[in-house]
Design a protein around this ligand. Sequence first.
Ligand code: SF4
Ligand code: SF4
Length: 438
Amino acid sequence: MKVDPPEHPTRSLHYDDAAYSDAGALDRELHRVGEVCHQCRRCLPLCPSFPKLFDLVDASPEEAAGVSQAGFEQVNELSFHCRLCYNHCPYTPPHDWDVDFPALMRRHQLARAQRDGIPLARRLTTRTDWIGRVAALAPALMNFANRNRLSRILMEKLLGIHRDWIQPTYHSQTLRRWFRGRGARSEGSNGRVVLFATCSVEYNDPETGQAAVEVLERSGVRVDVHYERCCGMPFTDTGDLDSARANAEANVAMLLPKVEAGALVLVPGPSCSLMLKEEYPRLLRSEAARRVAAATRDLMEHIHQLARDKQLPRDFKQRLGKVAYHAPCHLRAQNIGFRSRDLLALVADEVVLVDACSGVDGTWGMQARFHEASLGVAKKMLGAIDGAKHFLGNAERGVVEARLHAPGAVHARAGIHQHHLVGDERQEVARAKANVLG
Ligand code: SF4
Ligand code: SF4
């Protein structure tokens, strides 16, 4: 097959370059890559984007060349930016064909957002830090609204969030409040870190952050907890570059002095750590962003390093039995190996690696219009965890979630990620949960 090289390799273009959002250049690149994918078809099972693309190609007498702009927009809508197809593809740079499907989908999405604007409802759902701040003032009210059928139907109509999507629980005791009241308890014989709380751990899952602080301090690490605002990933998901940049700037300004003082930045969420590591330097193009990115580690990546350096105490109080560990897509995109799995192997009898997509990826899976497609993507993952004794749903919920070093008995409840309790699949997850509690 003869394939022309790209006019402008998408990955090397900056968001501000004229060619990045040039409609003609984008159209030609969509058709060029569409033709390569059509000939290859290796990514067919990965997500709904590829079956849609191949259906459109097969329905057109001119094959990929005949796919319309509207057709490519349907393909784009179904891409939830897991980035799996990048690692799957043999034609990524430096290959001459220079195929970077996720970067092309992002470019197409930003062009659409510039052309059509972003609906207010989508803008509101991406304000996870604002929502968290307000919810922490009256968590009982927010949790009631999130569980009440009537308000969920209203939410679906107004905000497009599917009524069966399990909304996270909010708490008045956020991670930072807890940490301010408690203070740091290690002098830092094994280095200093800043735990960048993330919206999800700060507002919805402070227990995981508390466990992280305890495990790190038991390992001699000096921990500070900081969180200026959301990392900005939901904004890049919707094409709101200005908001993504504003958040990146605020977070870099907050983190840089700590990095310059010698601290690493630990992030207990793979989408957020990917954002800091890869997207901040691209968004801001500043030395400050590059320095923060270079100092950023996924939380479990760092704890794994402590274990390798024999700095992680191993006086585990209880073995975990059989554990299913789900490797999130945005962690795999970081190419740092399966650190949570390796840590769990220290304390579990068997670790089942669930190497399948949850179909959530940021805010895509919660949207009513993608609900069915999201469940379809999650099916393989849910099937794989069935039968394991514990299901530890996400990177930040590995050894830390199990609180191996917490005072008293080991806290080994299942770390079932609420985001996986979706719609009709609840039965399957409930069975997995019953295995834990039984
Ligand atoms: S990034 Fe993920 S969702 Fe998007 S096209 Fe690739 S595999 Fe599909
Ligand atoms: S992204 Fe790469 S591996 Fe996937 S279908 Fe296209 S050319 Fe093939």
